[in-house]
Ligand binder design. Structure first.
Ligand code: NAD
Length: 492
């Protein structure tokens, strides 16, 4: 790819809330910094209860009065398809808004995030007129039915690691199902979703149906969860915050929640793999993609003794090849860490584990860049047992914890996590081993001989246990934005 690079100071940032189709400013106290160079990009206003109320009431009024829920569902689909087209037409602008404040390199936002976003909108548009209710088998003098209806307004709370894609997985199915919605992006990545909301209006979405409120979790996020006009919450973020979201939703409803939370996903490698290099490529991508700041990061390697030495040295070699370039450099492939405090947290977790006996194979260290960005090099640590913090705590950074096994039963025992159950990978040429992994691993997604999602949006994503409740993507994510009403009609 060429000509993708840009200068951050040339990007015009939409700073503010997006209410009823207009950018709204306010007292701006939240400092937004770029992880690519540590510079301050903007001061962001924070929505308190009053502004969240205005956003929710506006969405509710527009949802009732605009005909969005009442029109032929194909009309909604048409607007969503136009929205996807506009996303593609404005890809470069959206990609820059995403890259300037997040950890996503420009070649990846242009090459993956924006195309994936546009296709995701098209995917949910296809469900608008495909999901209906049932007719029940009743006595012939009765007509029994179940019909789906939207909640009215949904609340969406998104993290910073893939700001546009994560927000769209919440907002788009909600809108496709006939709802209005109020989105709070992360206060660290607040810009690109505002442009996304503007493009929705250009595509024909009634202004005020999709509102964006800016602010911290405590002030703005909690107000969304507790608002009485908001009937359902879709949240992506850490497990700790997910519990707070569920509590607030329970106390103010109760209202249903979809929670996409943290993980500590294992990758099992058996010594029957046909190619060490291919598996090393997969494992390396799985723990260094977005510098490990991915919910499904494959951060625990469970490797059979026969192949351990070869695989570990192939991974060590790959760690040395990473280059730190500012995300707006067109050659950048490796991501910065979102903030200083997150970088310190990652390093402290590694140091704590090493002090308690873990063996550092490759040190995770600060990397210097010309721009002064916050970069950590990939690290690999041999862990002495499953009590080691690196084995059970989500790092959200580029650090791989490793344990070696001899017998299959040991590998399956090591793969279990007492809290998380988001994803798991198994790399083997043996069908029985793959089948055992599919059947027994407690994970919302099991990848066999690959690691990571494809562009098959029809496959839902979501975790078990402490990794969450409900699904993003798939028909299930669309249906989660509808409630089922039962109808019984007498013939006379
Ligand atoms: P976070 O939990 O700190 O914040 C997520 C969002 O919640 C932000 O918008 C934040 O402002 C808001 N928030 C914070 N406190 C809140 C509260 N009390 N009430 C309501 N909202 C509140 O997470 P993060 O640091 O932004 O993202 C990283 C985490 O997200 C990791 O744990 C990662 O695994 C998880 N994640 C999960 C998935 C998934 O699909 N399972 C995807 C991406 C990220």
């Amino acid at each position: 790819m060429s000509n993708l690079g840009f200068r951050p100071e040339d990007v015009a940032l939409p700073v503010g809330h997006f209410l009823a189709g207009k950018l709204v400013s306010g007292k701006a106290d939240i400092v937004v910094t770029s992880p690519g160079n540590g510079h301050i990009l903007a001061h962001l206003p924070e929505a308190g209860g009053d502004l969240v109320d205005e956003a929710a009431q506006t969405a509710a009024r527009v949802q009732r009065q605009s005909g969005w829920a009442d029109c032929a569902p194909r009309e909604r689909a048409k607007i969503l398809r136009r929205w996807a087209d506009l996303v593609e037409r404005n890809a470069m602008e959206l990609a820059r808004l995403e890259t300037v404040c997040s950890t996503r390199p420009i070649a990846q936002t242009v090459g993956w995030d924006i195309p994936f976003l546009a296709e995701g909108i098209r995917f949910f548009s296809e469900y608008c007129d495909k999901v209906g209710g049932d007719v029940a088998t009743t006595a012939t003098n009765l007509l029994g039915m179940t019909v789906y209806e939207p909640y009215g307004v949904t609340g969406a709370i998104a993290p910073w690691n893939f700001p546009l894609v994560m927000a769209s997985w919440k907002v788009v199915p909600a809108l496709a199902a006939g709802n209005g919605t109020v989105l709070k992006p992360s206060e660290m990545t607040p810009f690109s979703v505002v442009r996304l909301a503007e493009l929705a209006i250009e595509a024909g979405l009634p202004a005020g149906l999709f509102n964006v409120v800016q602010g911290s979790g405590i002030a703005t996020g909690e107000a969304i969860c507790r608002h009485p006009a908001i009937g359902k919450i879709s949240f992506t973020g850490s497990t700790r915050t997910g519990i707070a979201v569920m509590k607030a939703a329970a106390e103010s409803g109760p209202k249903p929640v979809t929670l996409e939370l943290g993980g500590k996903s294992p990758q099992m490698v058996f010594d029957d793999i046909p190619s060490v290099d291919d598996v090393a490529d997969r494992i390396f991508r799985a723990f260094t993609g977005n510098a490990g700041q991915v919910c499904v990061t494959g951060s625990r390697l469970i490797v059979q003794r026969g192949v351990a030495e070869a695989l570990i040295s192939a991974l060590v070699a790959r760690c040395g090849q990473v280059k730190a370039l500012a995300p707006w450099d067109e050659n950048s492939l490796y991501s910065p860490i979102i903030s200083e405090s997150q970088a310190n947290h990652i390093l402290a977790l590694v140091q704590g584990s090493v002090h308690s006996g873990a063996q550092e194979l490759v040190a995770c260290k600060r990397m210097n860049t010309q721009t002064g960005g916050i970069f950590l090099s990939p690290g690999m640590v041999m862990v002495q047992n499953s009590e080691c913090p690196l084995w059970h705590e989500e790092v959200f950074g580029p650090v791989l914890a490793i344990q070696v096994f001899d017998e299959d039963d040991q590998a399956f025992a090591l793969a279990e996590h007492p809290v998380y159950g988001l994803a798991a990978g198994v790399h083997t040429a043996s069908l029985p081993r793959a089948m055992r992994a599919i059947r027994t691993l407690k994970a919302g997604t099991v990848w066999v001989n690959r690691y990571g999602r494809s562009s098959d949006f029809v496959i839902p994503t979501g975790g078990f246990g402490g990794s969450g409740i409900g699904k993003d993507l798939g028909r299930q994510a669309f249906e989660a934005n509808l409630r089922l009403k039962s109808v019984l009609m007498a013939a006379e």
